[in-house]
Design a protein around this ligand. Structure first.
Ligand SMILES: Nc1ncnc2c1ncn2[C@@H]1O[C@H](COP(=O)(O)OP(=O)(O)OP(=O)(O)O)[C@@H](O)[C@H]1O
Ligand SMILES: [Mg+2]
Length: 264
């Protein structure tokens, strides 16, 4: 089981969008995926049109059994019409109570410990996090193998990338101290990219100059992403064959490559 966490303290940069597309895309391709909504806003949960209860706090604070919090997502909610889904997708919802996890946590390893029993049922865990840093982020980080940092290509957006990278460094040292391995940088994903905007093209150049190959192909800004979200569908299900769907598949492929390079 590998854990991938979406991280950026800036709001509205595409964390939830990338998380839900990685989760559904990997499930379509044959992985058994668990999407954990770790943001009190519960946006990843809303993206599937599901109720926010029970949620992550039930698992981490109240020790609720998995059968209660792990929800299988029916393939009809994300499949490409006419193509069978080869894997599986589960969701752990989130609600405002997720905010209380940080203060109620008795042990920083709680997230990792609660995931361990799923080792044989789940191949990949995708964690969507909130833009507000918390102890929960620390707990998630100790279970994380790789982070993905979505960012806009705008002036102030790079602060968020730098902050996330600094956090990663502190997670790495904590994890290594505990003998739990590394937290790799899987990728930095330019999102909502407008090719014809000078600011975006210049910022992308700077990003690539600074981080080279870890910068994934930008996801173009297209109206179809929010249309798909309003229809509670990922873009590859809502508009298969569209440019947006291609961009989404690109994300899934880069994630697969990064996952394949994580030592087991
Ligand atoms: N490539 C894209 N083109 C157009 N709109 C997009 C694209 N990607 C995401 N969006 C839209 O941008 C908005 C913010 O995206 P999202 O909710 O994924 O960001 P976030 O980082 O999770 O935000 P928060 O920090 O509040 O959790 C959403 O309305 C989403 O539909
Ligand atoms: Mg979000």
């Amino acid at each position: 089981m590998k854990v991938v966490t979406l991280l950026n303290e800036k709001g509205g940069v595409g964390k939830t969008t990338v998380a839900t597309h990685l989760a559904t895309g990997l499930a379509i391709k044959g992985y058994r995926v668990l999407l954990v909504d770790a943001d009190p806003q519960g946006h990843a949960t809303v993206m599937f049109g599901l109720s926010k209860e029970p949620g992550l706090s039930d698992l981490l604070i109240r020790n609720a059994p998995y059968q209660r919090v792990l929800r299988p997502i029916p393939p009809e909610m994300y499949e490409i019409p006419g193509e069978p889904v080869r894997g599986r997708l589960y969701l752990i919802s989130s609600n405002v109570e997720t905010r209380n996890i940080s203060t109620s946590m008795s042990n920083i390893l709680v997230f990792r410990d609660r995931l361990l029993p799923l080792e044989t049922t789940v191949d990949v865990v995708i964690v969507d996090t909130s833009p507000t840093p918390s102890m929960l982020h620390g707990s998630v980080a100790l279970a994380t193998d790789g982070i993905v940092i979505p960012t806009l290509c705008e002036m102030l957006a790079f602060d968020g990338v730098r902050e996330s990278l600094l956090h990663r460094e502190s997670f790495v040292s904590k994890k290594q101290e505990l003998g739990l391995g590394d937290v790799e940088l899987f990728g930095i994903v330019p999102t909502r990219y407008k090719q014809k905007t000078l600011e975006h093209t210049e910022m992308l150049e700077q990003l690539v100059e600074a981080f080279g190959d870890t910068v994934w192909k930008p996801v173009q800004d297209r109206i179809i992403w929010s249309e798909a979200a309003r229809a509670y569908r990922p873009t590859f299900s809502y508009a298969p064959g569209s440019q947006a769907a291609m961009d989404a598949w690109n994300l899934v492929e880069r994630a697969e490559e990064a996952l394949a390079n994580v030592p087991s």
